[in-house]
Design a protein around this ligand. Structure first.
Ligand code: SF4
Length: 380
């Protein structure tokens, strides 16, 4: 199969949306780059854009650049993954974790029964030195048992869903978003594959590897997982960043001959029920345009001609961790300077020093919710 080449006519309005070259908005102009023109051109041309950062463009161009430069693979605006995350999407790991949790549950119940003996005798004798410590441990054990019982219930439900699913899959000619279950896809014969090394596009500056690829015959279905609380916006539409990422992964997967990715899947971390999102030729063309536009923006940034725009909807900044002000002490500032970061110090009404990742990078005070009531100003 011959590899296509792409030429794009950029819509100037769209380019303005993601980049900003006026001088009115920033608190402080970015420092001029020391690179000469050749270095700048070469750097922008050789830099690869991660699919994750490309998807982030839909949320905020500045967050896309920050994600790219920092190598972040988690959406900053989404909540952090739970530390006590229970396995899902993998029957062997679910069953293994279920066995471990049941074992701990039995241990906890055994301890509880053993402790009831001194507690009953302590109450019988009216001995407070026995009653109160025993009661404290019993309460602790009951709390532990409740947590273990909840985990066992969740894992049992996941195991039940995995073992009782029936084969079902979207049509390769899917033309609308539809609900799908991970286990239905597995029953339909798809094999989940995990690629440690990112796919690299031969023509575009694009690279990335989805969380999983479901494979069967010539079908390669990219799968992404999200830490968000729901899979779509308030209107029920799939988030634009997820659509963009699925289409970008499809573009990367289809660089292999005789492979098709007519749709992609998106799931929440804790739920095997997700959405199948059609990937049309128009979506793939949009990926090519977005990647080229991103590359042009990076080139303009390297040349000091533009910087990424703020999000169209500045309410995005209110909860964005990149814009969250963090208290700054001298040792942290020295460490950041040693790491090559030029810290943009801001002061609150008590002259305490703060900074943020977005503020450091773009020399401004992002309108984060925690910045609003402190009335920050630029430090000296
Ligand atoms: S703080 Fe605002 S401008 Fe900065 S990355 Fe977050 S959303 Fe974008």
């Amino acid at each position: 199969m011959s590899k296509p080449t792409f030429e794009f006519e950029f819509d100037p309005e769209e380019l303005k949306r993601v980049s900003r070259s006026d001088s009115t908005a920033p608190v402080e102009e970015p420092k001029p780059s020391k690179l000469d023109d050749e270095d700048r051109g070469g750097r922008a041309a050789s830099r690869r854009i991660s699919v994750h950062a490309l998807g982030q463009m839909a949320f905020c161009p500045r967050s896309a650049v920050l994600a790219l430069e920092r190598g972040d693979q988690e959406d900053p605006e989404e909540q952090l993954p739970r530390l006590d995350y229970l396995p899902n999407f993998d029957l062997a790991r679910i069953e293994e974790s279920l066995k471990v949790q049941v074992r701990w549950l039995l241990v906890a119940v055994t301890f509880l029964v053993m402790l009831l003996v001194p507690l009953v005798f302590g109450m019988w004798w009216g001995e407070p030195l026995v009653i109160y410590p025993s009661l404290g441990i019993v309460v602790g054990l009951l709390w532990w048992i409740a947590n273990l019982a909840e985990d066992v219930l969740i894992l049992s439900q996941r195991r039940h869903a995995a073992l009782n699913a029936t084969a079902k899959e979207p049509s390769p000619r899917i033309d609308a978003v539809q609900e799908i279950s991970w286990w239905e896809m597995i029953r339909a014969g798809f094999e989940p594959a995990k690629y440690e090394r990112p796919f690299q596009h031969p023509l575009l500056p694009l690279e990335g590897s989805p969380w999983r690829v479901l494979q069967r015959d010539s079908l390669r279905i990219p799968v992404v997982r999200s830490n968000a609380q729901r899979l779509g916006n308030r209107k029920g539409e799939v988030f634009e960043k997820h659509c963009m990422r699925l289409a970008a992964y499809a573009v990367l997967l289809e660089t292999t001959d005789h492979v098709q990715s007519p749709y992609g899947l998106v799931f929440l971390n804790d739920d095997h029920r997700g959405l199948a999102v059609p990937i049309t030729q128009h979506d793939k063309d949009s990926v090519h345009e977005a990647a080229e536009r991103f590359r042009l923006l990076l080139k303009q940034m390297d040349a000091g001609e533009a910087e990424p725009a703020r999000p169209e909807n500045e309410s995005h900044c209110r909860t964005c961790p990149y814009g969250q002000p963090v208290h700054l002490n001298d040792s942290e500032e020295s460490q950041l300077n040693a790491d090559g970061q030029d810290v943009f110090v801001i002061l609150d009404h008590s002259d305490r020093r703060f900074h943020s990742n977005c503020g450091n990078r773009f020399r401004w005070i992002p309108p984060h919710a925690k910045a609003m009531h402190r009335q920050f100003r630029v430090g000296d």
